[in-house]
Ligand binder design. Structure first.
Ligand code: ISJ
Length: 100
């Protein structure tokens, strides 16, 4: 993949973006694996929601956004959306584990 500044056509730029998106999604899948396993260490919905962990996580991602010159608003939305979906999934898995 060429450096961003060395791309000479829009196709080169888009091809690099596609490759990066695939890498981001592979990392999201990897992250998801851990999220699905965390319910082994949780006993109730309060533990699943883990409000303190969420607050620390959002604060830290805001500092990282700053360091990496990313929009803090975008980073906040991405992580809050992801965590919301993860909590729903964890609740689902927790219910299934209790049934079986
Ligand atoms: C993965 C966890 O469960 C939930 C999902 C989180 C996440 O996706 O990072 C963070 C906190 C929890 O709301 C956790 O407790 O760390």
């Amino acid at each position: 993949m060429k450096e961003a500044k060395s791309c000479t056509t829009i196709e080169e730029v888009r091809s690099a973006i596609d490759k990066i998106d695939r890498e981001i999604m592979e990392l999201l899948a990897k992250r998801q694996e851990y999220v699905h396993e965390i319910i082994r260490f949780k006993n109730d919905v309060e533990a699943i929601v883990a409000q303190d962990r969420q607050s620390q996580l959002y604060e830290q991602r805001q500092r990282w956004a700053d360091e990496l010159d990313l929009s803090p608003a975008m980073v906040d939305e991405v992580f809050r959306t992801m965590v919301r979906h993860n909590i729903q999934k964890e609740i689902e898995l927790h219910k299934q584990a209790k049934i079986s």
